[in-house]
Write a protein that binds this ligand. Sequence first.
Ligand code: PEP
Ligand code: MG
Length: 754
Amino acid sequence: MLEPLRRIVQEVNQAPDLERALAIIVAGVKQTIGADVCSVYLTDFDRREHVLQATDGLRPEAVGQVRLPLNRGLIGLISERAEPLNLDDASRHPRYLFVQETGEERFRGFLGAPIIQNRRVLGVLALRRRAARRFEDDEVTLVVTLASQLAGAITHARASGELMRLQEPGALPARFLQGLPASPGIAIGRAVVVYPPADLDAVPDRPAADAAAEEEAFRDAVADVVEEIDRFATRAGSELRAEDRALFDAWMLMLESDTLIDGTLERIRGGNWAPGALRDTICEHARVFDAMEDPYLRERASDVRDLGRRILMRLQNLEVQPVDFPPSTVLVGEELSAMQIAAVPRASLAGIASTVGSSSSHVAILARGLGVPAAMGVADLPVGRVEGLELVVDGYRGRVYVAPAPVVRAEYLRLMEDDRALSDELEALRHLPAETPDGYTVPLYLNTGLVSEARPVGIEEAAGVGLYRTELPFLVRDRFPGETAQMTNYRQVLETFHPRPVTIRTLDVGGDKPLPYFPVSESNPFLGWRGIRITLDHPDIFITQVRAMLRAAIGLENLQILLPMISTVGEIDDALLLIQRAHDELSEEGYAVRMPPVGVMVEVPAAVYQAEAIARRVDFLSVGTNDLTQYLLAVDRNNPHVAELFDELHPAVLRALVQVVAGARAYGREVGICGEMAGDPLGVVPLLGMGVHSLSMGAGSLLRVKWVIRSLSRSRARELLGVALQCEDVAAVRRLLTSALEEVGLGGLLRPGK
Ligand code: PEP
Ligand code: MG
């Protein structure tokens, strides 16, 4: 029965609207099971009714007419219990409700299964047959399995169909489509749909008539793309932060990489024409990224494909489509690439909505850099149907409204107005100290890592760099960067912030972030070979990196080294020995290097319980709340299915943090926070109460956090922490902290989403 099941689901997924999707379901299921009737009832949540929405076997006139109150009948029972029901004779069940209009009196055997999405019963799939006989076990499992797969398809088809109807006069307003918040803010504008310019997959193999001419055409095409990206980069130059501009560098590196150029040339010399050779090179390269667990890295596959399409377009002599961008463009696409965004003049770009991706996508990073609201992973957005329609993008909650009703529009206009007022207030805080009303200063540091040559925004505000993530230079190359290349990179950051401290973290790749040229295959990558575990197993990588850091700091002396993913003290001892060795080697070679302060990231529960033992060994502790929350709550930080459960304000996380601060205090060590919690106005309150010594965050959060610190006394924060620690669930903690911020007039800082 698996094959028909697969076929039905596939056909449903391709249905253009709900009506046709349901027609496929009822006909397909009825035939596969050999039942006499198959019907679908959908839940109308507004009217609290189940509506007969499709049937094969009952009277067709009843569709849309039969409406049962939510708690009535067998359909109501299945919905209430969210469980299947299998009966030999439905009419003898106490909850049976006879519905005259359907002509159902002829049927006795009954099987119903709930259609559930995110704990909500969207409807019921019901089968009937004449014989007074229960359905067989394998029939039940088929129906239950099918029902479990239908929820997504139904939501998608509903959204698509609603949009069709929207274009009819007197249509109802659409509901919002849910995606993931990717860049905060609200946008109202016109949808401009962008689509891939040239289809790599459609390119056939063809023998190269003249290999030299193919080579030349390919090189010219690449040169054209290099020029195009250079133009984007120049235009975006003044609007983007340095760390975001590094994306353009990454594309350039990819374009000029041996993998792309030599790979294609080799294939051309092997006999294929340039487009065919390019297709194979791009596919091979993209597959490496596709296979990665980490969504950020997986995103690079779309960059690779996008570059490939751009080169192909040149090879095919296709003109770049000059798209006309209206003043408030909301860019919409299936697989939007950062380059397509860069092609829109900033003044015209109001918002971004994409059916794939998440907040760690390149597109999201770029959107945040540009300050453009974005919702990603809006899977139900019917991209083909929205061109030219008005869209609202709610980047706080990850929602998209298509052709919003006037009330929705008015509400969002009001929110946009509030946002504008808020940013004016925040600007006024620039250059004021991050000091509580009762006189405690909390140094605010920057998290950077994509930072390249130029000076990052926020530099005057920040007390230094609290976390410099070193992964990127390792990821954009096709081999490990050497000592000198790394040194140049680190020197840049150290100089930029000198004399303020810069904390550089040793390489934290592996497991979920494998290097393309260092493949690792693991079934539980988050619990696998990552961070310090890899670098200690490969002292060559570690020593090279540390040597680069120490040399970069000569004469500046503002370097601090941070060790990620520590779970045993042995790892610290080993790492310290290697750092000492690197130092001694360099000294012997005549370099005037100094031993820098070394710190440990607390991001594994084991490190929480050993905070004292850790503090005894190093100079400072820095808590990575992203990973700590992931590991304490057993919630994958990248998985949208469990995203609701990921919360740094969970009482267990708060208790863990208190314990870390106490452990560090025993040895007089300072504790900083460098996970996302440090940049969240609500998170700052308990952190302030615990007496953490510093907070490190993305540049966009600095002023918001400063506002909290300047508005809330440390003693009040302590009191609030005391109450929060008594809370048993995260909702209570959120309520408490939200009202505390509202009390001091900071309600406007809280994102509407959480
Ligand atoms: C963290 O885990 O909180 C952290 C800062 O490190 P990363 O997000 O790079 O894993
Ligand atoms: Mg981490």
